[in-house]
Design a protein around this ligand. Sequence first.
Ligand code: DX5
Length: 209
Amino acid sequence: MKIIPSILTGDREQFQNELLKYNVFFDEIQIDIADGVFVPNKTLGMEVQDIIPENIKISLHLMVNSPWEYITQIKTNNITSCICHVEVSADFADIKNKLVKLGVVFGLAVNPDTNMDSYLETVTNADFIQLMGVNPGFQGQQFIPKTLEKYEALKKTGKPVWLDGGINEKTIDLIRDYDFQTIVVGSYFQSGDLNYKLQLLKERLWIKD
Ligand code: DX5
């Protein structure tokens, strides 16, 4: 199990500050891109690639209606994974092919209210699944425990499962018995002592360095 931070902002200076801060403690960061259509919020777009340092792996979480437009703009080698939402209508087989050519791993995110029965076939295209702990769009929302009801169905696909959203020192105990490959943390890491908070989450998940 691995913990990585996420950055979700429309402000270039904040983006740079968070990158600098996270770069000290993490080798991978998830960057949230919101289009103001699929989610009611808008962030910086693919221009963030110009300010990402070489030494960090980027997981790109596309909270957008037209992922293809963003994927065709990928130009940095440090984008190692790209996550689209199962809820958007897109040709995921095509997207997968494009990402394979770029050497990028393909993830599909599943919202808390999404009924997996409709998407079990769709997720077979993905290399991993990102279960959302909140409705995407904003940091700092409350974890939705009901989303964990999808865990068994997701695990049965045989794909690694990530969890994104709503994780902090209070909610971490709700997920410690689940086998998530990666946990994505946003607002909890934004203020206070980052190293202390990271160690606290790791201890609660029995993660050893
Ligand atoms: C949800 C985003 C999450 C967010 C998590 O809109 O997709 O990645 O960054 O933030 P927290 O941890 O504050 O829920």
